[in-house]
Design a protein around this ligand. Structure first.
Ligand code: NAP
Length: 656
């Protein structure tokens, strides 16, 4: 496939000014892609130590040469339409390897081409060879949830011409980015990767943007793809059951006024995510507390933190962002920590994207895609192998293998440098389990916050709460005006509290138990025909990486399944039990050997029995590969002609 683009009429001054601020490595890669000049690639290679922008040490003179050459190249193409055939595989692989400062296997080349738009991610959604077959009369899809996954599904359904509606319980779209509005809320995955590949945003104001900016991106994307009319807000799905007589899903909803409504659909897609039901621990006496008390995902904006004594319970990703954001304003911040988390510094975490960099992203062909590839790589792929247990590793209690131990040492050194000799605090802040066992956090000036005079880190166990205080097991009383629960979500109770019933009335909750979900490729479940889960069991990118990348993999697979139903006239498709079971045995086996299963780790990645239910054991490449193709032979596919006539009737007076 060729990509065609028209080069702008570049204003040379603007171009040169932008290149001074733009990251040099994507600049280099664009130059090599446009000119085929491998000499300059190899000249720069030794100075690129990693994929983050701050990991290059290219001498200024060489940078100038790269910039000058790119200016000349772009000028020579000014105003013309270019057809670009991708470089051949070996050259691309060399370019990718230089981009990230280490050898990239050739298996990544097709993925990169897809990410660059040089091969199509969603091409298989339309029927192979010619016009897509129209869905049969009455064929409809209900999507539950209008967060990033649901919007992703909607865009693809819309483009494939498949009728659908999204049902969203909240008053607006955005999912977790709508619900979480606590001070400091933002993303930990770099934004130029944490965005849809088919709708990139080259105008992110920060490398890691805040909640408002992400919510605005989601809203703009919904507008751009004209989805607003397809989303019904304030409508919560309470139950869904598969009606075998007509091969349809019956879906029941309730709105804010308690009005119940029933809909029918051919296929049901859950896009409710894993992090939408807040968890507040049961603490004796909490109901008697008279001050403000709320969860981070339900931030009470009427509560004025200024001058108050605030208790922050929980020190995960949410606590890490809230604490330093409110510490300067509160009279006192008491941080209640159970287990410490590992936190890494990232030089770009608080950085704004410069104007020149934004200009380059917007105007220079393939600049944003090369940067995206770098971020894809560094977010997870580069270190995924180091998250596996080396059975011969002698320090297995605190690390997994040599590389993981080296990371541990760097992190410990970082904690020590931040806390400058405060041995008590250093001890409290140093986890006793291997790095990446729980979610690796980005240091949001957490350690500096802990050194503030008005901040206290409390690691003793909470006994109970009174009307104005938190009381510890040793009897110490901490009087507070408010309790903020940064205590996470009921992730393993996936799809709860919805009641979902498949064939023969089988209840998903009974099948999964309270917190033990399993699905084929995280998406399909035996006995639940025409039912798909996005961000389902074992699909959380544990080490990092973008959930959006996972959503795109999932919707591609789901769209192929729907396309197979339409093209082959299947009334139902249902994953075979043995296929599902085999897949999950592999998932469990892989997870058991990874850092999240480490016995010292307690985290939301595991269920009460200690099984990892949330995290994907796959590299992003592997998940992309296993979701490339929907394979009908893995499913019980029942043609419409084989079902009794009444079952082929589609009800049309619903869903719209
Ligand atoms: P979390 O990671 O599950 O952290 C919950 C915290 O509450 C932990 O420190 C936990 O301690 C503590 N806790 C739970 N029960 C407790 C109890 N009974 N007493 C005292 N402490 C208790 O939740 P989260 O911080 O909301 O993050 C959840 C996930 O959301 C993240 O991992 C991430 O995927 C996503 N998120 C991302 C961002 C971002 O991108 N920056 C921000 C927020 C959230 P233990 O560790 O001892 O269990």
């Amino acid at each position: 496939m060729q990509a065609s683009f028209s080069t702008a009429i570049y204003d040379e001054r603007a171009l040169r000014a932008a290149l001074q601020e733009a990251d040099i490595v994507p600049t280099l890669l664009v130059l090599v892609q446009l000119t085929g000049d491998m000499k300059i690639l190899h000249e720069a290679a030794p100075f690129i130590k990693g994929a983050w922008s701050f990991q290059e040490e290219i001498p200024e003179q060489l940078k100038e040469k790269i910039r000058d050459r790119l200016v000349e190249t772009l000028k020579s193409h000014t105003g013309v339409s270019l057809n670009l055939t991708p470089p051949d595989e070996d050259i691309l692989r060399q370019m990718m390897s230089v981009a990230v400062g280490e050898t990239v296997p050739s298996a990544y080349v097709p993925l990169l081409l897809e990410e660059m738009g040089l091969s199509e991610r969603h091409s298989r959604i339309t029927a192979a060879g010619g016009e897509a077959r129209q869905p049969p009369k009455g064929f409809k899809v209900v999507v539950i949830g209008a967060g990033l996954a649901g919007i992703c599904a909607a865009i693809q359904l819309e483009q494939a011409g498949i009728p659908f509606v999204i049902l969203e319980k909240n008053a607006d779209i955005g999912g977790t980015w709508f619900e979480n509005s606590y001070p400091g809320c933002g993303v930990d995955t770099p934004n130029h990767y944490f965005s849809y590949s088919f709708s990139p945003n080259n105008d992110w104001p920060h490398h890691f943007s805040k909640q408002g900016e992400i919510l605005s991106y989601i809203r703009k994307t919904a507008e751009k793809f004209k989805l607003r009319d397809r989303i019904r807000l304030g409508v919560e799905v309470t139950r869904a059951s598969f009606d075998e007589a007509v091969n349809r899903w019956n879906i029941e909803t309730v709105d804010g006024q308690g009005r119940v409504e029933r809909l029918r659909a051919t296929a049901l897609v859950s896009a409710v995510g894993q992090l939408n039901r807040p968890f507040i621990p049961r603490i004796e006496g909490l109901e008697f507390f008279k001050g403000a008390k709320f969860h981070t995902a339900r931030w009470d904006h009427s509560f004025e933190v200024n001058g108050k004594r605030v208790a922050l319970v929980g020190t995960g990703a949410s606590g890490m962002q809230v604490g330093p954001s409110i510490a300067p304003d509160v009279a006192e911040l008491l941080v209640f920590q159970r287990a410490p988390n590992w936190a890494m510094r990232n030089a770009n975490y608080h950085k704004a994207v410069t104007d020149g960099h934004r200009w380059a992203l917007n105007h220079i062909p393939f600049f944003s895609q090369w940067q995206r590839f770098q971020l894809f790589w560094v977010s997870a792929e580069s270190f995924h192998d180091t998250l596996r247990v080396d059975p011969k590793w002698p320090m297995s209690e605190i690390s997994l293998n040599r590389e993981n131990h080296a990371v541990r040492e760097q992190l410990v050194a970082y904690i020590r440098s931040e806390l400058e000799g405060d041995e008590s605090l250093i001890g409290k802040c140093t986890p006793n389990y291997p790095p990446y066992g729980s979610r690796m956090l980005r240091d949001n000036n957490w350690y500096r916050m802990l050194k503030l005079d008005n901040v206290e880190l409390i690691t003793d166990a909470i006994s109970h709460v009174t009307e104005n205080a938190i009381v510890m097991e040793d009897g110490t009383r901490h009087q507070v005006d408010a309790i903020v629960f940064a205590t996470g979500f009921q992730a393993s109770r996936m799809l709860w509290p919805m009641e979902i019933r498949g064939r023969h009335g089988v209840d998903l909750r009974q099948l999964w138990g309270d917190d033990d979900p399993r699905a084929y490729k995280g998406m399909t479940v035996p006995q639940f025909p025409n039912f798909f889960v996005m961000y389902g069991p074992n699909t959380n990118p544990g080490p990092g990486g973008s959930t959006i990348f996972y959503f795109e993999c999932q919707i591609r697979y789901i769209m192929q399944a729907l396309r197979a139903m339409i093209d082959s006239d299947f009334a139902t498709i249902e994953v075979k039990q043995e296929v599902h079971d085999h897949y999950n045995a592999v998932v469990d086996e892989r997870c058991a050997n990874m850092v999240w299963s480490h016995p010292r780790v307690t985290s939301w990645y595991k269920n009460a029995a200690g099984r990892v239910t949330v995290n994907s054991p796959w590299k992003q490449l592997e998940y992309w590969q296993i979701t490339q193709r929907f394979e009908p032979s893995e499913y019980l596919c029942v043609p419409r002609t084989e079902v009794k006539p009444s079952a082929t009737e589609f009800v049309t007076d619903d869903v719209e």
